[in-house]
Each structure stands twice: as C-alpha cells, then as structure tokens.
Design a protein around this ligand. Sequence first.
Ligand code: CP
Length: 307
Amino acid sequence: MRHLLDTTDLSLGEIDELISLAEDIIENPEKYQDVCKRKKLATLFFEPSTRTRLSFEAAMMELGGNVLGFSEAASSSASKGESVEDTARMVSCYADIIAMRHPLEGAPRVAARKATVPIINAGDGGHAHPTQTLTDLLTIYREKGTFDNLTIGLCGDLKFGRTVHSLIKAMSRYSNVKFVLISPKELSVPEYIKTDVLEPSGCEYAEVEQMEAVMPQLDILYMTRIQRERFFSEEEYLKHKDAFILDMDKLQNAKESLTIMHPLPRVNEISTLVDDDPRAKYFEQALNGKYIRMALIITLLKWGELL
Ligand code: CP
C-alpha cells in the first residue's frame, strides 16, 4: 500500500506522471468524470482548512466518487480519546482512501501503520504538506514550463511554515535551483532543512531579512502567512505579524516574468491591490490544487489496486 506522507515519498518520475495526469484532467475533464464511481474518500481534518479539505472533496466528486468525514476533532471520537491508529483502522472499513490533517507532526505516518487504504497527509503540524507542494509544483510547471534554473524567494514564517519545508524538499531535487530565504531571524528555516536538505542537495541559498533588495533576482516569490496558531504566546505573534507586506511598491523592481505564489489563507501579507497584477497566481494555484488532488487520488487508488 502506497501512502503520501511527505513529498519525497514520490520519485521525480512519479511527480512528472502526476503533473501530466493533472494536465490531461484539465484538458479533458469528461474523460475522468466516472473514474472513481462507487469509491469513497474520507477527509479526516483534526485542524481547520478551507482549500485542502474542500479541494479534496471537489476532486473526488469530479471523479464521480463520494466523500465522508469530519472537519474538526471535536466532532469525531478523538474528543473521547480514540487514538489516531484506531481512527485510521476504523475509517479504512468505510472508505477507499483517506486524507488526514492533524496538528501533531507525524500523525498521518502513525495512521498509515494501521490503515488498510492509502493515507494522504493533508498537513501535519509544522512538518509537511505534500499535497500543497504538488499544487505548487503544478503551478510552477504551468507558469514556467520547467523546474530547473529557477531562483525562488520564500518569504514570511519559514520556521513553522510546513508548506515552505515541503517545497524546499521538492525543489532542491531539481537542477540549478537557488533559494532566497526571507524572514526575521526568529522565524528562519529550521536547522535540519539546511543540514539535511539544502546542503546535501548543493543548492545555493541565502538568508535575508528584507525582500526589496533581492526582488530583482526572483523568478518566483512564495509568500506565506505569519501563523498565529503556531506561536507559543500572543506577544511573540504580535511582534512578527506585520513583518512582510507585499504591495505594488515592493514589486517595482521585480521581473515582468515573476510568479507570485501563496498557499493561502492570506491575512495581510499581500495587499489586495496585488491581486490584479498579472504576476499574482495564488488563486490559480488554489484551483490547481483540485486538479493535482484528482490526479493523486486516481494514482494512489491504482497503486493500491483499488481502482
Ligand atoms: N493552503 C492550505 O492548506 O489552505 P487550507 O488551510 O485552507 O487548507
């Protein structure tokens, strides 16, 4: 049984196949409208979500399948003390594939030990968010036509930002990719991302505290939210919450070909005036999330001989 717990569970060839499948789904949606007929996706969300949960559900519906699940731990038997393992084992009796979001890092991996159907990590604490990364990869590919020779600026909360950690892991596998890590010192990427991912990959990277000076270098600017829910105190959050706000002034020296991405939700880190700039691609990115999740559901069900 194959699960998707981290982006590196997929080879580069498998990522290429998922992207090709997503592009075919975009071009020929009618070909896929009954592919998952009578199959069920369970969305087990122990943490809030708009895009991930609803795009998974829309993805399964557009494949002709059905969905069941819960959107908060309080409405599941986790609130009575049921373990993640037991929940996964039970839900395997009711669904053919499970997407799970959990505040605890590693919870989907624990679930995968007992599940008898594929488990998809839909975000675990500050660790990883591999389907967001597949969404980001599809967006980069559709915008740039390649994953090589790109300079990517990652801006905001790089310490707790699981989407950033997953994207660095994924993009550092391609050729001549450079990272510019833009954050306050207190929110810089965890040491393991540097020692276990960036340095072994040989990718160039720089850590800076301001975005203006590096803007002209960037092919992609990946903005992130300062995440209130990950801070240990409100005081710490308030200190950093307005650290970076992307507005039209800051884009003055940016390339015409820049792609501005954001996993969303946004709070105030991108001015709404930027939304009308043709370089802003974050809403297209959210739509791509549905297509790549359709491709992933089909692929995991096929690998598990469930389709
Ligand atoms: N990008 C993302 O994970 O959004 P949600 O938290 O709304 O699912």
